[in-house]
Design a protein around this ligand. Structure first.
Ligand code: ADP
Length: 480
């Protein structure tokens, strides 16, 4: 089976968010399932500088205002199709933003071009490779199925299309006056097509027109159909609910491996052996010895992450001998709140900054991780924590709900619990959960069992790869 992945970012070449991790991880995980996946990426400077031995497989003299070449190559273990269109992608700044921090004004055209070339490949433009399925990621690839359906004439083979939502907050809006410039068929400019209240909405276009839709966890798939989470597209997702599935992301279990982690003080394969890492973590954060659980937060400091609720609930942990080490960055106001709280509490230590190595040491040294997010499509830190035998205390939302088995009496009796879920999410219920955490921590045999269960969870990409492969196969079989 041949699959073309169309995306605006891909680890390790270019990353601004979790989307890049999924796009970069899936090809090798899917290879084990018999899927050959090629990734179509824009030729940003970072991408162009990392590729060599390229072969031109397509030339387009007028791709949205300039000439473009499609270059096939192999880099970082990936089969790539790089869209070398300097007028669109070879620029300073970040991949979406100008150096002054504003969106590039031609972002709609830049990613329409990516989608256009994805559609051309799907319609058979390459001499020796036509995909069976096109896998499109987020709004940047959303117009692909619109172009594809326009390009496929009767009798031509049309690949199946799958649209994946990683972040519904970004939808690729453009004024309807750009319809011709974006090469959009006039007959799609209505609420059942790509129009959203008088504007062009690239994500909506993909959600309306792709054969199948996915998002990054089963719970988030259900949540997206509700107004609190759907960001205005809940109605579209309700309509397409039969086509929508949630497939949990995995993590790179080679990079996140407590038995072989270069950042970690003492390697371990069982939670009982975390002790030296806990001492090292306390020393690194300047925390004293204490009787209660050593908790961590590794997070962006934004409204989404619910850390204002944690700040309010924190006495419930600190007064029972617990501690918190926090690593994060965000708005100056939130950073200052946490700094000030740390100055008042000896059991709280705060590091403001982004520090990958420290994040690894925190996972290894902590007893528990706190993730009280208001929404969380999948979430990664709770998955790292499970792998490191660090008990997750999470909000009952999105991927957090799907990856943590709460320590209810029934789950404790059955011996399957891996963490604690907070519901409903409020400062008060979080305080109750922090009290539960301290009690569980003091019950040594139960605590050890929960930590062992956590470490036994399968958090790699294998399961996701099987689910995507099954979805692709189903599509191809349906089409046959
Ligand atoms: P989101 O994508 O919403 O930020 P996720 O949990 O899906 O949330 O992914 C966050 C990723 O960023 C994780 O890999 C986490 O370890 C990392 N991260 C977030 N903040 C920091 C930080 N301050 N230092 C190091 N890593 C961080």
């Amino acid at each position: 089976m041949k699959v073309l992945s169309v995306a605006s970012e891909c680890v390790p070449l270019v990353k601004t968010g979790g989307l890049a991790d999924v796009v970069g991880a899936l090809p090798s995980a899917l290879a084990a399932e018999g899927v050959q996946m090629k990734v179509l990426l824009p030729g940003y400077p970072a991408v162009m500088d990392s590729i060599s031995n390229t072969r031109e497989v397509l030339h387009d003299p007028n791709l949205f205002g300039g000439s473009a070449r499609l270059l096939e190559c192999h880099a970082a273990g990936l089969d790539l199709l790089v869209l070398d269109a300097p007028h669109l992608y070879y620029r300073p700044g970040t991949i979406y933003l100008q150096p002054d921090g504003r969106d590039w004004p031609d972002n709609p055209e830049r990613f329409a071009a990516l989608s256009w070339i994805g559609a051309r490949i799907g319609a058979g433009a390459l001499e020796d490779w036509q995909p069976d399925v096109i896998h499109m990621h987020d709004w940047q690839a959303g117009l692909c199925p619109v172009y594809l359906d326009d390009m496929i004439a009767p009798g031509m083979r049309r690949p199946g299309t799958v649209m994946s939502v990683h972040n519904i907050a970004f939808q690729g809006l453009a004024p309807m006056s750009r319809q011709v410039a974006l090469r959009l068929p006039a007959d799609g400019a209505h609420p059942d097509g790509y129009e959203y209240y008088g504007q062009i909405n690239a994500l909506k276009a993909g959600l309306m027109q792709a054969d199948r839709l996915t998002t990054v966890s089963p719970t988030y798939a259900r949540e997206l159909m509700r107004p609190e989470f759907g960001m205005g597209l809940e109605g579209v997702l309700q309509r397409r609910s039969d086509a929508l599935t949630g497939i949990l992301n995995g993590i790179d279990t080679g990079v996140w491996n407590p038995m072989d982690d270069p950042f970690v003080h003492t390697h371990y394969g069982a939670p009982e052996d975390k002790g030296p890492n806990k001492d090292a973590l306390r020393a690194e954060f300047g925390l004293p010895e204490a009787s209660g659980p050593l908790c961590i937060v590794v997070s962006r400091l934004t409204e989404q992450k619910g850390l204002d609720l944690l700040l309010a609930a924190l006495p419930a942990l600190l007064q029972r001998g617990g501690q918190l080490a926090l690593l994060g960055t965000g708005s100056a106001a939130v950073e200052n709140e946490w700094r000030e709280a740390a100055a008042r509490n000896s059991g709280l230590s705060v590091h403001i900054g982004y520090d990958e190595a420290k994040a690894h040491r925190m996972m290894a040294g902590a007893d528990a991780i706190l993730v009280p997010s208001r929404f969380e499509p999948c979430g990664l830190t709770q998955l790292y924590a499970l792998r490191y035998g660090t008990v997750p205390v999470v909000a009952l939302t999105g991927g957090l709900a799907d990856t943590v088995i709460p320590a209810s009496p029934a789950a404790l009796n059955a011996g399957v619990a891996t963490g604690i879920q907070v519901y409903p999410l409020s400062a008060d219920s979080l305080a109750v959960s922090l009290g539960d955490l301290v009690r569980l921590f003091e019950d040594e045999p139960t605590w050890q069992k929960i930590r062992r269960n956590a470490m036994d969870q399968q958090v790699g990409w294998d399961r996701a790869a099987k689910a995507y492969a099954a979805l692709f196969t189903e599509l191809v079989t349906d089409a046959a």
